[in-house]
Design a binder for this molecule. Sequence first.
Ligand code: ADP
Length: 323
Amino acid sequence: MRCIGVLCSGGDGPGFNPCVRAVVRTGLGLGMRIYGIQRGYAGLIACEMQEMTARSVGGIIGRGGTILGTARSPEFATPLGRREALRNLNKQSIEGLVVIGGDGSMRGAIELHKLGFPVVGLPGSIDNDIVGTDMAIGVDTALNTVIEAVDKIKDTASSHQRAFLIEVMGRASGYLALMSGIAGGAELVLIPEVETPLEKVAAELQDAYMRGKAHCIIIVAEGAKPGTQAVTEYLQAHQEELGFSVRVTVLGHVQRGGSPTAFDRLLATRLGVDAVQALHAGKSGVMIGLMGNKLTETPLEEVVAKPKGIDLEFYRIAGVLAK
Ligand code: ADP
């Protein structure tokens, strides 16, 4: 294989840049030419790509976001869009592709693989909802960002004897909420995987007050049922009986930014190196992941076959430790 491309697709996260850097420099080390494709599959269709050098990925290892940009491309989900993408790849003599992204992006990669185009996927998603890897690129940095915010909110919550709802990302996955709840010492975690009646949320709050807690931190995933608004309205309506007054902080997109942690840089680098080596060895249709600190290959079809789910033992532990 003499020439490969690399793109970032779907939701972004910290660590995509060190991954791109590793792909480019590993490829160059193997004597390949490397194209950086802008804006994911959209850039593939629009033929927005340029040849990368070792220098073009200089100084990006610690930078959040992605120098290539990322996008969602409804066009690529159509046969016509994919035909155009394939035509552009052939036009540039690109013979293989590394796709960094979430499970949607892995679905896109499957389509290219099915057309006979060599493609290797890498998991990038702060939600950590991708089958075939213990950790996706960006998760660790996002968790650290959330914990930093939780620690700060806790300081002010304790001073004023307040309950705080902190909404974190995760429309379908409670991983970020659950793990930041444990690592940040939250009193309660609300996640999409476990429905929590409003009365139970209120009872937990009241209980925390009775146990003498100076604050009550509730981490709410975006997709939790009930969600931030319903819980806030309910708690505010019952504020008198609860002991705590209630405030809300929605962390939003700060969770996607920032300099990648050492863990994310190393994960992204290991995965990037391995993806290029896999393509070079003639592999296609697989995603490289990290399982039990070993790099693994999982067929893309398996990656997207079912939702990853969450280990509910952690949910139980979070409850025990909140006392
Ligand atoms: P993520 O990769 O973060 O999960 P998306 O689900 O938005 O993000 O997927 C990113 C892009 O992958 C989509 O905009 C689309 O171009 C492509 N994609 C997703 N699903 C498919 C599919 N079934 N077939 C082809 N392309 C797809």
